[in-house]
Write a protein that binds this ligand. Sequence first.
Ligand SMILES: NC(=O)C1=CN([C@@H]2O[C@H](COP(=O)(O)OP(=O)(O)OC[C@H]3O[C@@H](n4cnc5c(N)ncnc54)[C@H](OP(=O)(O)O)[C@@H]3O)[C@@H](O)[C@H]2O)C=CC1
Ligand SMILES: O=C(O)C1=N[C@H](C(=O)O)C[C@H](O)C1
Length: 267
Amino acid sequence: MISLSVNGAAGRMGRQLLTAIAEREGARVGAAADAPGQACIGLDTSVLSGGDASGVSVVDNVQALERGGDVIIDFTAPVVSLALLDALEDDSTRVVIGTTGFSAEQLERLHEHASRRAILFAPNYSVGVTVTLKLLEQAARALGDDYDVEIIEAHHRHKVDAPSGTAIRMGEVVADALGRDLASCAVYGREGITGARESQTIGFETIRAGDIIGDHTVLFAGNGERIEITHKATDRMTFARGAVRGAIWLHSRPAGLYDMTDVLGLK
Ligand SMILES: NC(=O)C1=CN([C@@H]2O[C@H](COP(=O)(O)OP(=O)(O)OC[C@H]3O[C@@H](n4cnc5c(N)ncnc54)[C@H](OP(=O)(O)O)[C@@H]3O)[C@@H](O)[C@H]2O)C=CC1
Ligand SMILES: O=C(O)C1=N[C@H](C(=O)O)C[C@H](O)C1
């Protein structure tokens, strides 16, 4: 039986993760944590996920979280995920990170942590998006520079980072396949007299509205035709089940940084 702990347990994803662990054979909720001061601290995790009492109380510190689980799953915010990594005492504690919105400097710190601990880090844990990334790579290689690339993403009104981590990863995959550097060819939104589209750029458009779980479209537009590759998530459980699958996979891995293509054997 693998014990999986959840950081950010009271969040939209945290609650789904508690449910996904409970339904997964061979796994159990080892511990659950959320921010100090949250009303759920000290209460049984079932106040967050529903269902029968788990016997596991929600804690507000990393030490208690670490004691409870072989693998910690963290869907919070960049500063919280990094503070978790900084505070862990045992290098054999594996961490699955779903948080998005890391700056370049924060990503560097995450990479440093992966030199001594196994970390699974993906902006999207759905199987569908992971497969979509491979489709994008193939499409970009085959289409080459004659097709303009635009990435459109839509999420719920509560999302705090933009573009989504998934959209950025899609951009990185396409840029790599086309031999471009995303940092220098990305264009984020357009307004006013922008001039004609510069070739070789990759555009990003962001929509924030209502309760959209997560839609991503990559548009390859050429002369006389266009291809649109779209993924739509309709239930957050798809991310949660993927993260739990990843956590079980990570349990037996040595230190290093992994992503969902490793878990699905698509590397
Ligand atoms: N990789 C993937 O597949 C997916 C990634 N995400 C990403 O996951 C992240 C979380 O998303 P979502 O669940 O919607 O966000 P929420 O804001 O709903 O959840 C985050 C939770 O973390 C809590 N938190 C804040 N500080 C701490 C702390 N110090 N210790 C422990 N918990 C803390 C928050 O508490 P409080 O409310 O008090 O701040 C909140 O309960 C985002 O970055 C999002 O983009 C989301 C879906 C899928
Ligand atoms: O914040 C969300 O909700 C989501 N965030 C992830 C991202 O930024 O890509 C994944 C998913 O689309 C939902």
